[in-house]
Design a protein around this ligand. Structure first.
Ligand code: ADP
Length: 494
């Protein structure tokens, strides 16, 4: 009983663990794939934008090198062709030698550039998507007005701008230019799910803008079909295993019951033998009577030979038949492989076995079973005989309980150690035993049950006696019967 309970729960626990581990592994794998794709895309975006801003530096450096010959008007200068080549360059201006830009932001950037010898940022209005670069090339200088959005190489862009869940921004001093909106959750990620962030400054020092990419993965994006398939697989396996287990338990139970039944039949034979021996008294008496009669007839003068011969014949006939019956019985009873062996047996474990075998019976009758069977109550007994006795007592109790309403069916099992003896009490709340019947319970063939053989208790008592123990019955207040099996705790000296 405990055995099946345990294994059933173990399978369910195992199934739960497998489901959980599998689901986590699948989710993890998917999240890894999403994260790697996100990081790869973000790195590509960073590289593309870095190339563009470095281009601006290169253009300005080249312009600084290519100082126009004096006297050329700014408009005729070759740099005016740049906006046609680079759509992000909205305008290019050259400073007249010795002049100032006449705009504080540009003049300051010019001064910084003179010191650093590289382009410097002015009027960075990133939120509007515009900024200027100034490069001093004494005595002159250049400025580029750049459209930040137009510098994005959309042809090489790794994502679909309209549908990608990834948000991409250019960030500079609290200003933010949205290059790709991403999903609503990417901009304001919720607590539920996973948020990936990529944050890296562009490669050109002159344009210290940060590329920020953000992606939010919600629960809905986990690989649910895969997880569901896994769960179905696991639970189908668990169900199959439980089914197989149950079938095997059922088979084992049936086999054990069959074994008990065989033992019972064998012992019943023993009981029958006792009855038969009693029956044999009659032919033996007839043999005796016939031989005595023959002796008397032979002693007469003249002897009644014919009648005496007939009496002797009868006697021999009866004797042969009696011998035949006895021989056949003895052969069927005295089987050398059925020799009894006694050893120490835990009563609690024996009860476990019997309850397990009778589980279908007790469940069907809805009997509430309570037990007070501590560990270590050990009896010295023959295991097969002990199983047989307990089985009989429990079966009797279950049958008795059938005669009371379902709600009143209780069965209590108590084991105790006392004075060198171990005892087992089987107490039921059935109809109990009529006082007149109490004295006859252990007689062979006494039964009040319809279809009962009346051999169970007499057999159990003989078995108990055979092991140096005893079996007793009593009424149990307020109602029901109590059977007590007492067994020695150690080997019996003959
Ligand atoms: P059977 O069960 O075949 O009748 P048993 O020897 O096992 O044979 O039982 C003999 C009789 O003892 C039963 O018919 C029944 O009247 C009585 N008996 C046994 N156990 C109980 C019990 N727990 N409660 C009431 N009566 C019982």
């Amino acid at each position: 009983m405990r055995h099946t309970w345990w294994s059933w729960h173990a399978w369910v626990a195992g199934g739960l663990a497998l489901s959980l581990v599998g689901a986590v592994v699948l989710a993890r794998l998917e999240l890894n794939v999403l994260r790697e794709a996100f990081e790869t895309d973000a790195r590509i975006v960073h590289r593309l934008l870095s190339q563009r801003v470095l281009q601006h530096d290169a253009v300005l450096a080249t312009l600084a090198l290519l100082q126009p010959a004096s006297g050329t008007t700014p408009d005729a200068a070759p740099e005016q062709r740049l906006p046609a080549l680079y759509p992000q360059m909205l305008s290019v201006k050259r400073l007249a030698p010795g002049a100032t830009w006449g705009e504080p932001a540009l003049d300051q950037a010019h001064a910084r550039s003179s010191a650093s010898h590289r382009p410097e940022l002015a009027n960075a209005e990133l939120a509007q998507g515009r900024y200027r670069l100034v490069m001093a090339a004494p005595p002159s200088g250049h400025t580029l007005l750049i459209d930040a959005k137009a510098m994005v190489p959309w042809d090489d862009w790794p994502m679909d701008v309209a549908t990608s869940p990834v948000a991409v921004w250019l960030v500079h001093a609290e200003q933010r230019l949205v290059l790709q909106p991403g999903s609503p959750a990417a901009a304001t990620p919720s607590e539920h799910g996973w948020t990936y962030v990529f944050h890296k400054r562009l490669a050109a020092d002159s344009q210290p803008f940060d590329v920020v990419a953000q992606r939010h993965v919600g629960w809905a994006e986990l690989p649910w079909p895969g997880i569901l398939a896994w769960l179905v697989l696991v639970w189908a396996a668990v169900l199959g295993a439980v089914q197989v287990q149950r079938q095997r338990a059922g088979r084992q139970r049936a086999e054990a019951l069959l074994r008990l039944d065989q033992v019972a039949r064998l012992n019943t034979l023993g009981e029958l033998a006792a009855g038969m021996a009693h029956e044999l008294n009659q032919p033996l008496t007839a043999v005796l009577a016939n031989t005595q009669a023959a002796r008397r007839l032979l002693a007469e003068d003249p002897p009644e030979l014919e009648v005496a011969r007939n009496a002797m014949h009868q006697a021999a006939e009866q004797a042969r038949r009696a011998a035949d019956v006895l021989g056949r019985l003895r052969r069927s009873i005295e089987r050398p492989d059925q020799q009894r062996t006694t050893k120490a047996i835990d009563l609690g474990a024996a009860i476990d076995r019997a309850l397990y075998l009778l589980e279908p019976e007790s469940t069907r009758r809805q009997v509430v079973i309570t037990r007070d069977t501590p560990l270590g109550v050990t009896a010295w007994a023959d295991p097969v005989a002990l199983d047989q006795i307990i089985h009989n007592l429990l079966m009797n109790a279950l049958q008795a309980l059938e005669r009371v309403p379902t709600s009143e069916r209780t069965l209590r099992l108590v084991t105790t150690l006392h004075g060198g003896e171990a005892s087992l009490q089987v107490i039921d709340s059935g109809p109990g035993i009529a006082p007149d019947d109490l004295a006859r319970l252990f007689e062979p063939f006494f039964s009040t049950r319809e279809g009962g053989l009346g051999l169970g208790l007499s057999l159990s008592e003989s078995l108990a006696h055979g092991m140096g123990g005893r079996l007793a019955a009593a009424a149990h207040a307020p109602r029901g019967a109590a059977f007590t099996l007492v067994l020695p705790t150690g080997p019996q000296t003959a």
